[in-house]
Design a protein around this ligand. Sequence first.
Ligand SMILES: [Zn+2]
Length: 580
Amino acid sequence: MGFKRLTVFLLCLGWGAAQAAEPIYYTVRIPVPQNHYVEVEARVPTGGQPQVELMMAVWTPYVIREYAKNVEAVTARGAYGHPLEIAKSRKNRWRIQTGGADPAIVSYRVYCHVMGVQDNWVDDEFALLNGAATYMTLADRTARPHDVQIILPAEWKTTETGMPAAGGEHHYRAPDYETLVDSPVVAGNPAVHQFDVEGKPHYLVDVGEDGVFDGERAAADLARIVREDAKVWGGLPYQNYHFLNMLTGGGGGMEHSNSTALMSNRWGTRTRRNYLRWLGLASHEFFHAWNVKRLRPVELTPGEYETEPYTTSLGIAEGFTSYYAPVLIYRAGLSTEEELLTSLSHAIGELQTTPGRLVQSLSMSSFDTWIKFYHPDENSQNTAISYYTKGEVAGFLLDARVRGDTHGGKTLDNVMRLALERNPNGYTPEAFRAAASEVAGTDLSAWFARVFDSTAELDYNGALEWFGLRFAEDHAGPQAWLGAETKVEDGRLMVTGIPRGAPAYAAGLDTGDEIVGFGNFRVRPDEWDTELRNFRPGDRLVLLLSRRGRMVRITVTLGQEPGADWNLEAAGESAHRAAW
Ligand SMILES: [Zn+2]
């Protein structure tokens, strides 16, 4: 770049900073919460142009969600109240004929009744408003602040969000559309538990505690997890952080730069199993504050909201996050070594018993998430593998590999930190692999090619050896296995899926078959699983099926139940495991 061009460039930057584009001002009302609507009024600067176009996001990770489908009653007017012509130009766009009016004031309603962390919900108890699902913005996408004033129903007192406050109650200002989309808002009367780590406030915002969920205990334990994350990454990269914890049914979590939306049920602190599951969800989403929000696949750089971006790196972004979630709970002293191994064994068992692992690579599972992972059908297990599951196992193997190659001197933590340091604007697969190789001190490109890009079986030996682990013998003894997944539907036992290679697959059972009887006996649908326990591997069964109304008899030779062969256990004491 020549000197002269550089000067012009700097002048442009200076001018841009001095002339920050005018904000869009939104007012959001929730007039009758039980009707599930929000009313949005947007004051949109037009710059006096005769036409402006508005758009809504089409997707959030990693699904085309078509948020515009919930928008209705769209009108536009000038500042003096005179109506302006507004018409749809695409499924998610609207074009206003301004007649020179500046601003144009656009009003619309959004129906908010999807209990999911990437959608909108409004009822008499609370609201979750996601930016992508709520706000139209200017389609030209000039960088500009997005200012949000929320007007609550009289009975509600609180809004909680990671969006920067703008002074006054329930008033926020996102510096740009990216931040608006990245800052969900919870409104209602949630219980808020604050804790500080490294002098930064963190808020556990509980909707629906109902005297059941122990918010104080959960907040104290989150603080310990946050401290462990800070050790992995070397500090906390935000000013404050909100755990928006909706104990409202539904399930799942969504990561943001300085907040996360979590959905589960209110019984999360009542049993050990439920609590570990809730901590696991929170730990996973919090780790994303770095892995994906800051250490991000370059293809996921924010900016494109109308077509889906393709990346092969979700095995790292999601899978490694799933590996770290229970590891950091363990490091925080909140789980036992056995509980950590159980969680890891679950992932290994799922991977090793899913036939799709031999069909779809980890990289392609990521690439095709838009059409496969989020659109599963009865054959998914035979044709696809989850990048969460295989990525978690890959994280375990890579961690062990790096530790082994460096004789315990370095870990996957070092890889993650270096990858972030080297790639502040997003990494390519090659760049991440280079960072891993640099930390390990050996060329890991063949390892990545095998684990990420191929469908070859994984080799656990090195990892087991390093951590002093082995796969436990199955003490339950061989269990008979038909390999037909079933569910009871209207009192009938229906086959819902058959893994490739299972006895049911070989015998010719089909998805959609109703299992009516076996031998001379009527099947009792709710006791089918128990009845199968009366048989041994190698036994032959004649099944009576109803296949689209036609009665069919099929002879099947039962096999041996897989899955119990993948339970990790300690093979004696290990200093390496203690350093996990
Ligand atoms: Zn995730």
